[in-house]
Design a protein around this ligand. Sequence first.
Ligand code: SF4
Length: 158
Amino acid sequence: MGIDKGEIPGVALTTKLESLLGWGRKYSLFLYPFVTACCGMEYMSVACAHYDIDRFGAGLPRFSPRQSDLLLICGTVSHKIGPVLYRVWEQMADPKWVVAFGACASCGGPYNNYATMQGADVCIPVDVYIPGCPPRPEMVLDGLIKLQAKIQNRQIPG
Ligand code: SF4
């Protein structure tokens, strides 16, 4: 069996570099809170000092999609706001991630009517769904941890 020894260090280095990038990305999340309804109040609660989301590197929200890599959709997504949501997502640079915060953003929540999208994933890809109406802050932290695991495992959306 012939092993090309010249290739082995290159492969090992690439793996470690990807791992390092994943580690860096998961602890430097610049989130854009796309707030449309009452889940926004719960986002404010999570963002307060008591829950310390700085531990996850997600403490500094950005209010420009071009400076963000995590889109946090807090609230109902109506058919009218859908194109705006898509435009915001489109303006974010890759790699980027999306979290559906609460029942409405995940699946329409209690609003099954002509005006409401049955989840944000009708118009953009979603990486993590956080259930609850609204979700408890602990559930939001759990969602963040799941997203970090996804980023570390290099599941970078195309
Ligand atoms: S999930 Fe509940 S709390 Fe959140 S936006 Fe919908 S109705 Fe409001």
